[in-house]
Design a protein around this ligand. Sequence first.
Ligand SMILES: [Fe+2]
Length: 287
Amino acid sequence: MKTPRTHTSNSGLRGEYQAAAADYTVAQDWHVYSPEMHARWRHLYARQSALVERYACRSFREGLARLDCAGGIPRFEHANAALGGATGWRLVAVPGFIPDDVFFDHLAHRRFPVTRWLREEHELDYLVEPDVFHDFFGHVPMLFDPAIADFLELYGKAGARAMAMGALEMLARIYWYTIEFGLVREQGGLKVFGAGIISSASETIYAIDDPQVLRLPFDPVRIMRTGYRIDSFQKTYFVLESLPQLIGGLVGLDFGPIYETWRHAPALPAGECLPGETPIPVHGACA
Ligand SMILES: [Fe+2]
């Protein structure tokens, strides 16, 4: 899933792996961003931040406010100054996708890899891989939340075992259905905390408001067994009762036997309930 790939673009930053260190980090080279790129960032920011108040969870809103990044592509060092004192996380710039083992090692040491290039104008609505807007706007606000901060470190530390057991796909589904596409119950409604949702205008509304969407209670084993879509909106979203449930639901689970039991089983299709499961109704959505 995170295989290095090479791209070219006008920015000269996209997929520039030659300059990367052994851990795939690069300098952000903030001075390389053009006025047009900053303007594109402001456009993306304005569009998404208009949805944040209604659709994003409180931690996201508070984290975003602390980043003060409405005016242009932010400097990672400025975010690091705020993050370090809050949860001890630090952003590192990367050229694009990085290998799984490197990604896990960064997370295990509270370093969050942020892609340094910005999508082109024709990619405003759809992008096949993360860029700086997805990574920064979508992920970094949640790094201020202690539960998310602790979970991501644990996730990084869990990576080596999953890889050794041939169960990487199962572990990756946990990240996908929470950090990327997670919902959380808050103040009687549902809110977004997943970066893949909150960095997409249309999926933000769809995930919360669409009555056809299957929303299931957070269940780590169920999640590890459930396939996901990379080419369309998700067919299933999992809902936390609170952000601390993310760690509470995982600590104490012995992943080894779970991997052994399910790693060779076909994935459960997204968008389908199992017998006995009760979907969360749409009237439980955003207040
Ligand atoms: Fe992401």
